[in-house]
Ligand binder design. Sequence first.
Ligand code: AMP
Ligand code: MG
Length: 414
Amino acid sequence: MNSSNLLSLDHALDMLLSFAKPLQRVDTTSTFDSDGRVLAQDLVSDIQVPAFNNSAMDGYALRIADLQAHSGVLKIGQHIFAGQTPSVLGLGQAARIFTGAPIPAGADAVVMQEDAVLVGEDQISFKRTPVLGQCIRRSGEDIQKNSILLPKGTRLNPVSLGLAASIGCASLTVSDAPKVALFSTGDELVMPGDIEPNLLPAGSIFNSNRFFLKTLLQRLGCQVTDMGNVPDDLGKTTSAFSDAAKAHDLILSSGGVSVGEADFVKPAVQALGQLQLWSLSMKPGKPFAYGHVNSQANPLKQAHFIGLPGNPVSSLVTFMLLVRPFVLSLQGCEKLSVKPALLRADFAWSKADKRREFLRAKRNDNGGLDLFPNQSSGVLTSAVWGDGLIDNPPETTIAVGDLVSFLSFTDLMS
Ligand code: AMP
Ligand code: MG
């Protein structure tokens, strides 16, 4: 805790990750469906890629020494297309060859067709002397047999799926998807679709957190059960959480973690297990809860509990900075953090805060950053207008031209 009794974000993340032991369950997924998942074992190649020497160009394969011996003119002895098996290159011959086709035994260079000149009907000469190995893609130059292509703990992306496919993997062994029970809390919340927007009763608001939290969790490889909204009632909150603990690894809720009279998350989790309420030294996103929930029906079943603040931007930012690494860590992922970029502020920020702030900002066409004018934690528009967060240290003002640390939403949302 710092002097004002707030917990630093780094300290909170360290504590959270110390609880996020990998689940150690594995799953086999089709390579096509493995984007965003984490490899549960090293991916080792059984083959060389390319598997055979092949031509990088459309052109002519030849033996360089033959050029001198045959006054620079070679006879075109065969045509080799991709997918075909060539014959050995005859002495004094060149082979017409196409991109990706196997190099015939005996050839040691390929000349691209633009540098070749046809002599008569079936002979060829070249504009310049080729260099040994030119335009030949060597077997194994991309991937060596028995090499570790991607180590255990790698988070897969679309390109790594293509790489896995290039060594013949139709399926991959990945960490099992963490099972997450997602709740929102609050009597004021209405699900979109339940009421026409213009008939929304006074005091009610539409539930927005559930939409981005569910989608972000799914992008992180989680299997999400949307448990709906829990009313502000201790008994109902307690039984909903106990129920969810039976078959989930994590219960994630938003709202109700302050210590107001209508905040029942704290007593409900305390009745079922343990809860730590943290006041984080960050803005947005001060109240945050971590704990365990035991299932009353099955005392052997226990789930992690994370309670996010209710204000939408607070919910979003604490999710990105704390829950994202937590659920990746449950999957054994090695890379948990997002790398910041140093970018120029094209605005001034004179309101230094005692908490570390995460300001919604957008890259402009001049390579700098603009700031959204309203940084309130309830204004979700700021996070859609912006394309990332400026990580501004406590007690720090920003002058025009200062370099600031910027975390992109593209990274934080993937
Ligand atoms: P709470 O933390 O429950 O006191 O909520 C703080 C603020 O966030 C209140 O204005 C709530 O109405 C709002 N809020 C809580 N949950 C949600 C949600 N799921 N979607 C949108 N706003 C919410
Ligand atoms: Mg509430």
